[in-house]
Design a protein around this ligand. Structure first.
Ligand SMILES: Cc1cc2nc3c(=O)[nH]c(=O)nc-3n(C[C@H](O)[C@H](O)[C@H](O)COP(=O)(O)OP(=O)(O)OC[C@H]3O[C@@H](n4cnc5c(N)ncnc54)[C@H](O)[C@@H]3O)c2cc1C
Length: 406
């Protein structure tokens, strides 16, 4: 099977997008085809290990200039008119072949950490964003803890920053922290009394211990681990925003991150669609291609509609954000649609391809199959960066108001 067809080129369209976004899609797709496609099976199936951090992939993304996309020219970025839109289109293209790597090295590095650094003091922006763009600093974004993650309230959070002369002393324990096994800095949400504050912590400081990476169902190229902080001093000038503003700092990054997860889901769904639609056009049962059965024609038509809707939704949410009208509910709708279409499409792609869909490698023929990895990798999109139940809650809040939804 040649499997080279991009159905998105034929039945979907970027018609209404600005020219700069179309250029970015071309560049990002070229990068994904050249660099990620040959590595994708390895990236998507190799189990996590401490020395398995893919510095090569992060450096390739930096070398191709893809970290310039979210940022303005004064810090070395491209200065695009619609940077969020372009960043999310890049996520979609990277996610097409390597969702775990895209989540770690683009959503984590460029979006969650990039947005947070971009909202920091001018000296932090100028010091760290140029390094991020060149791949000289590996960044982590840490809000989750063993006992809390969805609930980011000062009441639930245990990691604390105590005021001392010239700064803070941090003690606590974070969990699931992407890139931490190789991290240089961590953007850390901690409790300062009854409020939350975001601090930039140097991961090379004394008193920081990172566990071995978690062994997960999917996203193997996204290494997550626990970080323990024991009496770590953080100078006051490494605070991001005002003391007590940590939750809004974190949420402003997570809001864009959610649309990033939507774009990633669209990329995964499109890959599963393309691969399986090609296969069932050729593979015969009862003397006819599987695609001849109307059951599958209708399924693929429905998936085409869902993918195109999810793509339009994340692009609309991104453009809205770039126009300064960020809407929580639009971002939430995009996240739900993009993450769920990935799981639904991957499940049906495997079903339509039968045993081959379920296989990682057909050893007798030496052929690798990608669909089982997409199914595994898609599931976390419904959970991380705000579980989909919480996204639905955010949408319901705008429908019914907080007095009803809480
Ligand atoms: C691959 C991966 C990478 C990650 N990277 C990072 C990272 O870099 N930094 C970081 O800080 N964290 C990270 N996380 C953590 C991630 O954000 C959390 O796992 C996620 O927020 C869910 O938190 P939890 O696992 O503690 O689940 P819980 O908070 O215990 O929630 C469990 C479930 O409860 C349900 N639920 C929650 N609230 C509601 C509600 N209001 N209504 C109905 N149901 C509800 C949802 O179904 C949810 O999935 C990562 C996790 C993974 C798996």
């Amino acid at each position: 099977m040649k499997n080279s067809k991009r159905y998105a080129n034929e039945i979907f369209s970027d018609l209404w997008l600005p020219a700069e976004a179309l250029e970015i899609r071309k560049d990002a797709r070229d990068f994904a085809d050249r660099i990620l496609k040959p590595l994708s099976h390895d990236l998507n199936t190799t189990p996590e290990s401490r020395d398995g951090f893919r510095h090569d992939v992060l450096q390739s993304i930096a070398g191709a200039g893809l970290y310039e996309i979210p940022f303005s020219t004064d810090v070395g970025g491209r200065g695009l008119g619609f940077p969020t839109l372009a960043t999310l289109i890049t996520m979609e293209e990277l996610g097409y072949y390597a969702p775990g790597a895209a989540s770690a090295f683009y959503d984590g590095q460029a979006i969650l950490c990039g947005q947070t650094l971009n909202n920091a003091s001018e000296s932090i922006r100028q010091e760290f964003i140029p390094k991020l763009i060149k791949g000289e600093v590996i960044c982590c974004f840490a809000t989750s803890e063993p006992g809390t993650s969805t609930d980011l309230s000062a009441k639930a959070m245990q990691t604390s920053a105590e005021r001392v002369e010239g700064g803070y002393v941090v003690n606590g324990h974070k969990r699931w922290i992407t890139n931490s096994v190789a991290g240089d800095i961590v953007l850390l949400l901690c409790k300062t009394g009854a409020t939350l504050t975001m601090l930039l912590v140097d991961m090379h400081d004394d008193g920081i211990r990172v566990s071995d990476p978690d062994m997960k169902m999917g996203n193997h190229a996204q290494l997550t681990a626990d970080i323990e902080f024991s009496n770590v001093f953080v100078p006051e000038e490494r605070r991001i925003g005002e003391e007590g503003s940590g939750l809004s700092v974190a949420l402003s990054a997570l809001t864009v991150g959610r649309a990033g997860i939507a774009a990633l889901g669209v990329g995964m769904a499109q890959r599963a669609f393309d691969y399986s639609a090609d296969y069932i056009s050729e593979r015969e049962v009862f003397g006819e291609p599987i695609a001849l059965f109307q059951h599958w024609q209708f399924k693929y038509a429905d998936h085409a509609i869902a993918i195109e809707n999810a793509r339009n939704l994340y692009q609309k949410a991104a453009m809205n954000h770039d126009r300064g009208n960020s809407s929580l509910s639009l971002m939430a709708m995009a996240k739900v649609a993009g993450s769920e279409v990935a799981v639904d499409m991957a499940r049906d792609a495997i079903q339509a391809c039968g045993g081959y869909g379920f296989a990682r490698r057909m050893s007798a023929e030496g052929i690798d199959w990608p669909l089982e990895a997409i199914y595994r990798d898609s599931k976390i999109g419904e959970i991380y960066e705000g579980a989909n139940e919480v996204q639905r809650w955010a949408i319901a809040r705008e429908i019914f108001g907080r007095s009803i939804t809480g």
